[in-house]
Design a protein around this ligand. Structure first.
Ligand SMILES: [Zn+2]
Length: 122
């Protein structure tokens, strides 16, 4: 373990942190996710899709937005691995991926803006 020599000594936890310092690259996943969610509209669409599987037209109606605008956000969310899509006939359905990351974000969003999870009210 490399000992990092600090110019000053202020906090007793600093040595511990230096001994177990993650690399910047270790935080890349978090950064990528926050980049994905750096837009309130996109967060709202992601939040909707945490609770239901829907097509672009229904999401557009729920959001009060045009479907090309919603499609743009869906494309970014999908590229970021936060949602998945499924084709059935002519219709394409979207929903949040079933991962620990997506679930954490789902609950973090609800906690941060103090909304009750519609899924927990059944
Ligand atoms: Zn919820």
């Amino acid at each position: 373990m490399t000992q990092t020599q600090l110019p000053h000594s202020h906090c007793k936890n600093t040595t511990d942190i230096c001994d177990h310092m993650p690399e910047t690259s270790d935080f890349q996943t978090v950064s990528d996710v926050f980049k994905q969610l750096g837009d309130a509209t996109r967060i709202r669409i992601f939040w909707i899709l945490c609770h239901c599987e829907e097509c672009v037209l229904n999401i557009s109606a729920m959001m009060g937005m045009s479907s090309p605008a919603v499609s743009h956000h869906l494309k970014l969310l999908k590229a970021g691995g936060l949602i998945t899509s499924r084709r059935e006939g002519k219709e394409v359905y979207y929903k949040a991926v079933d991962t620990k990351q997506a679930q954490l974000l789902h609950h973090m969003i609800e906690k941060m803006v103090e909304i009750t999870c519609p899924s927990s009210e059944k």
